[in-house]
Design a protein around this ligand. Structure first.
Ligand code: AMP
Length: 206
């Protein structure tokens, strides 16, 4: 199963990708998570990516494509994977096509005002990266998984969020039509509970 999940920031694609990865026993590959891990560890890649990410801009395609190429070349990806946050534009989609054939693309639809409200309540564990929502979770006590401190992501500031949603509209949304034409698109309403959305995704995949 070679899958992609697309959706605006706040649509819950990271959460759903993790559930899909567990159900089908395939690796969850989030380019955003890989960049954040590299920033935490202050690698060369992390230092380069950090400036773009904090401004809410995309990391240049040549850097991101090389990262995905290297990750997809590892053996755990041969039987399948779920890509989250990649591709983000048509150029990246074409680079991906040169590497593998994707089976299905899940599009999580969400109105922009709902996305903004979800992003502004997002909290992330600074140690393990686990994501919480101040709308549903008790975020006053720290990470329930590792005890780490919960932070607001550096790129969840109002300016960066506006930039990222505009980028989604301009660069990523055209991918929906692109994959619909290839007959591999599954449309899912992202404005529901985690469980409801997951059921709809599994239904779409079967
Ligand atoms: P995400 O966690 O998917 O929202 O990604 C966080 C940030 O990482 C994005 O706002 C971009 O700056 C960068 N990023 C993640 N994936 C990509 C990608 N496919 N292409 C370019 N930049 C990316």
């Amino acid at each position: 199963m070679k899958l992609i999940i697309i959706g605006p920031q706040g649509s819950g694609k990271g959460t759903q990708a993790k559930l899909i990865s567990e159900k089908y026993n395939i690796p969850h590959i989030s380019t955003g998570d890989i960049f954040r891990e590299n920033i935490r560890e202050q690698t060369d890649l992390g230092k380069t990516a950090q400036e773009y990410i904090n401004r809410g801009e995309l990391v240049p395609d040549n850097i991101t494509n090389a990262l995905v190429h290297s990750r997809l070349s590892t053996q755990d990806c041969f039987k399948g994977f779920i890509l989250d946050g990649f591709p983000r534009n048509i150029e990246q989609a074409k680079a991906l096509e040169r590497l593998v054939n994707v089976d299905k693309v899940i599009y999580l639809e969400l109105a922009e005002n709902v996305a903004v409200s979800r992003i502004s309540s997002r909290r992330v564990c600074e140690s393990c990266g686990m994501v919480y929502s101040a709308l549903h979770d008790d975020v006053t006590k720290g990470c329930t998984k590792c005890g780490g401190k919960l932070m607001i992501r550096d790129d969840d500031t109002p300016d960066a969020v506006r930039n990222r949603l505009a980028l989604f509209r301009q660069q990523t949304k055209p991918l929906v039509e692109y994959y619909a034409q290839k007959n591999i698109l599954i449309n899912v309403n992202g404005d529901g509970s985690i469980e409801r959305v997951f059921v709809d995704i599994i239904h779409g995949l079967s």
